[in-house]
Design a protein around this ligand. Structure first.
Ligand code: NAD
Length: 501
């Protein structure tokens, strides 16, 4: 093993520790194939040590005054801001997205940290005075204990920050398992959390794959699991962790459609479609996969192709890049083979982005913007989440037909409509069965005062991963009903009914 390549550390009990595992994986720059680091697959003993340090830390952290918790996140948001450029550079190197998009990834997580700093206003119970004579009822929102998070590769800053700040701010301790494909920016964020004052054991990070995830699902001391990733893995996590008696939320895969009405603002719409379909190389759970052109809007296809051709494909560090590489060689193979299947199954390749020539980055995992027209719901490119810069174009005669197509798709993560008609937009908003809805907004990820959501196959569990809902997710509501007797109160009758008087 070469010594010049750093090993990613585990975070256990407030210390960054070298794993004793024999199983390692390379973290690779997807634009160059340079090995940036090695990530360990934590041993069962290391996973146990992380959970037990979180369990120990919970004993004191759960009693930490709310203001003290809040001030740690005030400090944390400041540290993230101060280190934004470094965080974005690490993220771009290991994940591939452009530096501007990497800053966006960190920034959307930073907003959740800011929200966590306001925990004093979020974790409030309710009180009803005099529910019976001299009796009050109120609620406490108490932390659960050790909670855990499992995150995907595509937002290695934002999604970990969706999870542990709100879990910790509500008084829990946490074990995070980041994606093994790009754990480095997540680790830098964990280090900054320690610097901000998160005490030893309150945040722990383990690395790994299937075995680490299964250990989290099964561990009796973990009370809640938050998962973000594919539908296949999320369904497994939901079933396994629920059966082990945990609270579970899983945000999963997508096939996001946009409806383009013929009255839409054409130039704005084409810009938005191109950004949403091809930005981040299509590796967003909210990426636009399908554009349904309604009525005469179907004549816009050549303009869509022309717009997509203006995008620059290159490494994320290169100025002016619009579309960076796919995260891995395996992702490149998968996207390329799905494009082949699209052709074989009869879709028309209006723009073929395979094998783009990218000066200076001959080894990168690049696919340029790719557009299929004539796509039908039976085709693999429609049924599968491609997770690459590939847009499927379909047609509908009316808005209702387009809505019906979207509601018939199993996924319900994000959708958008482009129109100048308020009536059409309102009809869409009412009838569509999708979690995140955009009206002339292409990737409508909610800001943290709301909660991320999802319909049907895109989500399991009731509550969202941030916003108000996550305060409920990470707390147990207790109702207290109290009565105090004055010393002068005497007597009183035995009451055998269930009512309070
Ligand atoms: P993934 O499901 O492959 O991996 C997610 C996590 O699960 C990783 O930490 C990984 O180590 C672990 N994992 C992988 N295979 C496993 C297995 N067989 N058993 C147990 N654990 C396993 O997802 P990904 O490829 O990293 O991310 C892309 C997916 O995530 C896409 O489907 C995307 O739509 C989805 N996603 C959804 C949202 C959302 O909010 N709905 C957000 C981001 C990404």
């Amino acid at each position: 093993m070469s010594t010049s390549i750093p090993n990613v550390k585990l975070l256990i009990g407030g210390e960054l520790v070298e794993s004793r595992t024999t199983q390692w994986r390379d973290v690779i720059n997807p634009a160059t194939q340079e090995v940036l680091a090695r990530v360990p697959f934590a041993t069962p003993e290391e996973i146990e040590a992380a959970v037990s340090s979180a369990k120990q830390a919970f004993k004191t952290w759960r009693k930490m005054p709310i203001g003290a918790r809040s001030r740690i996140f005030l400090k944390y948001q400041q540290l993230i801001r101060e280190n934004m450029k470094e965080l974005a550079a690490i993220l771009t190197a290991e994940q591939g997205k452009t530096l501007a998009d990497a800053e966006g990834d960190v920034f959307r997580g930073l907003e959740v940290v800011e929200h966590a700093a306001g925990i004093g206003n979020l974790q409030l119970g309710e009180l009803a005075n005099n529910v019976a004579s001299g009796v009050d009822t109120y609620t406490l929102m108490q932390p659960l204990g050790v909670c855990a998070g499992i995150t995907p590769f595509n937002f290695p800053a934002m999604i970990p920050l969706w999870m542990f700040p709100m879990a910790i701010a509500t008084g829990n301790t946490f074990v995070l398992k980041p994606s093994e494909q790009d754990p480095m920016v997540t680790m830098r964020l964990a280090e900054l959390a320690l610097q901000a004052g998160v005490p030893a054991g309150v945040l722990n990070v383990i690395h790994g794959g299937v075995d680490a995830v299964n250990a989290i699902c099964d561990h009796p001391d973990i009370k809640a699991v938050s998962f973000v990733g594919s539908t296949r893995v999320g369904t497994h996590v939901y079933n396994r962790a629920s059966q082990a008696g945990k609270r579970v939320q899983c945000m999963m895969g997508a096939k996001n459609h946009a409806i383009v009405m013929p009255d839409a603002h054409k130039e704005q719409t084409l810009n938005n479609l191109a950004g949403a379909a091809f930005g981040a190389a299509g590796q967003r759970c909210m990426a636009l996969s399908v554009a349904i052109l309604v009525g005469e809007a179907q004549q816009w296809l050549p303009d869509m192709v022309a717009k997509a051709q203006t995008l620059k494909v290159s490494a994320g560090v290169e100025p002016g890049t619009d579309v960076g590489p796919l995260v891995s060689c395996a992702a490149l193979d998968r996207v390329s083979s799905l494009i082949e299947r699209g052709v074989a199954e009869g879709a028309q390749l209006a723009l073929d982005g395979r094998n783009p020539s990218v000066s200076g980055y001959a080894d990168g995992n690049f696919v340029g913007p790719t557009i299929f027209s004539g796509v039908t719901p039976q085709m693999s490119i429609y049924k599968e989440e491609i997770f690459g810069p590939v847009l499927c174009v379909m047609h509908a005669a009316t808005l209702d037909e387009a809505i019906e197509m979207i509601n018939a798709n199993p996924n319900g993560n994000g959708t958008a409509i482009f129109t100048r008609s308020g009536a059409a937009a309102r009809h869409f908003q009412e009838e569509i069965d999708v979690g995140q809805v955009g009206i002339n907004v292409p990737i409508p990820v909610p800001v943290p005062m709301f909660s991320f959501t999802g319909s049907r196959a895109s989500k399991l569990g009731d509550l969202g991963p941030y916003g108000k809902q996550v305060v409920q997710f990470y707390t147990q509501t207790k109702t207290v009903t109290q009565r105090w007797f004055d010393e002068s109160d005497v007597g009183g009758a035995v009451n055998t009914t269930i009512t309070l008087k």
